[in-house]
Design a binder for this molecule. Structure first.
Ligand SMILES: [Zn+2]
Length: 323
């Protein structure tokens, strides 16, 4: 009997690389996960990608040459036509890297490149929380905030492949904090992991977060995760910070609902795993501000695939592109 077809799917993130070997149906045969040495620049990361892919194939017990194709999800902005990663803010030194060609040359496989948030939306839609839906919005709240949109069962990419920059919806115009994109008051500048950590740093500097200070110890490394831990341990300012982030995220979700009228908004990313601390205020502000006819039948759902959403989305995209 001939071996079943399999794909290699990779999610390149600013903090981790996840490589999967998977059947077209999303059955994972082998995986490799490692922290991204982003500071090393594109050369180092490219070698890491190759090592991670080879390791996943080894663990799956398959040959790289036997794979049908390789799909890679990368932080944007991306030129999808040229297969080039332009200048992602979280990948230092990346300026117009022809990732599709470089990986194809290194590995001898056809390569498909996709925006990471779009890939994650496709993954949740094909295999996760949004299975079977026609209209779905996916938001990932991690270091930054990204998103993807499913319309009529298909990903929406816009005219240049950059559609779905959901982190840059403006919720506090004019006097809002500066965002990395150049605008002010984007939801990413207010409620992303990076924004939460920056606000917590201010609290620490003012001596207002004693529980957090104790929790992080002398390393003084603050992340949204440690802020959530401190909030759970009873730090009132950290709790207020998480609540504020949740409220603002709820407002962003309201705007997505008003624009797209989806059946579900799926929320993923590391910060979304803070639990009720974030979800309760998020659901409350969403419920208070969304028009009733759009709220009716709309589900706010946590991501089901977690870190694997992007890579599994690439599996689905590959299966479709070769069908
Ligand atoms: Zn922005």
């Amino acid at each position: 009997m001939a071996a079943p077809p399999y794909f290699i799917a990779v999610d390149l993130g600013a903090t981790k690389i996840l490589s999967l070997v998977s059947t077209p149906a999303g059955e994972v045969l082998g995986r490799d996960r490692r922290p991204t040495l982003a500071r090393g620049g594109p050369k180092v990361v490219l070698s890491q990608l190759e090592a991670s892919i080879r390791s996943a194939a080894r663990r799956a017990g398959v040959s790289l040459e036997g794979a049908q194709a390789l799909g890679i999800a990368s932080p944007g902005p991306i030129d999808l036509t040229a297969g080039v990663v332009r200048n992602p803010p979280n990948l230092p030194g990346w300026k117009g890297v022809p990732l599709r060609r470089l990986l194809a040359e290194r590995l001898g496989l056809p390569v498909v490149l996709e925006n990471d948030a779009t890939a994650a939306a496709v993954g949740e839609h094909a295999f996760g929380a949004g299975r079977g839906l026609k209209y779905m919005v996916y938001v990932t709240v991690s270091t930054g905030i990204g998103g993807g949109i499913i319309i009529d069962g298909r990903p929406y990419r816009g005219k240049g492949g950059s559609g779905g920059e959901l982190g840059h919806i403006i919720v506090q115009a004019y006097d809002g904090p500066q965002c990395g994109c150049g605008a002010r008051g984007c939801i990413e500048a207010l409620a992303s992991g990076r924004a939460i950590a920056a606000r917590a740093q201010e609290l620490l500097a003012q001596g207002k977060a004693p529980v957090l200070a104790q929790l992080i110890g002398p390393r003084q490394e603050v992340t949204a995760k440690t802020v959530a831990q401190a909030a759970r341990a009873g730090d009132p300012h950290c709790r207020a910070l998480m609540e504020e982030a949740g409220r603002l995220l709820g407002l962003a979700l309201t705007s997505y609902a008003h624009i797209f009228d989806p059946e579900a908004i799926v929320v993923g990313g590391g910060v979304s795993r803070a639990g009720p601390l974030l979800w309760r205020p998020m659901r409350a502000s969403f419920a208070a501000n969304t028009m009733s006819q759009l709220k009716k039948g709309l589900l706010l759902l946590p991501s089901r695939l977690k870190d694997a959403a992007g890579a599994l989305g690439m599996v689905y995209i590959l299966a479709g592109s070769l069908a």
